[in-house]
Design a protein around this ligand. Structure first.
Ligand code: SF4
Length: 75
C-alpha cells in the first residue's frame, strides 16, 4: 500500500498531476485546483491509501508538482 497526500490550499492548478496520474487526479471546475479522487480531508490535507500499482504515476506527479504539495509514502 501507499499513502498519497495533497496540501490542497497551496495548489496552483498547473494540471501536471492530472496529466501524469489521471486515474487519481482531476481538475476542479469550481476553484481551478486539482482534486485527489476519493481522498479524505483532514485540516486541509487530503489523504488516500492506494494499492502499490498507484506508486509510479503518483510519484511522478509529486516530483513534477511545482509547489511540492504532493507526498507519496510506501507503507
Ligand atoms: S501538480 Fe501540484 S500544483 Fe499542479 S495541479 Fe497538481 S497539486 Fe496542484
Amino acid at each position: 500500500m501507499i499513502v498519497v497526500t495533497q496540501n490542497r490550499k497551496k495548489c496552483i492548478g498547473c494540471n501536471y498531476c492530472v496529466e501524469l496520474a489521471h486515474a487519481y487526479w482531476r481538475m476542479s471546475k469550481k476553484d481551478g485546483k486539482s482534486v485527489l479522487l476519493n481522498a479524505t480531508e483532514k485540516r486541509g490535507m487530503y489523504i488516500i491509501r492506494l494499492e502499490d500499482e498507484a506508486f509510479e504515476a503518483n510519484e511522478a506527479a509529486a516530483l513534477a508538482c511545482p509547489v511540492k504539495i504532493i507526498q507519496v509514502k510506501q507503507l
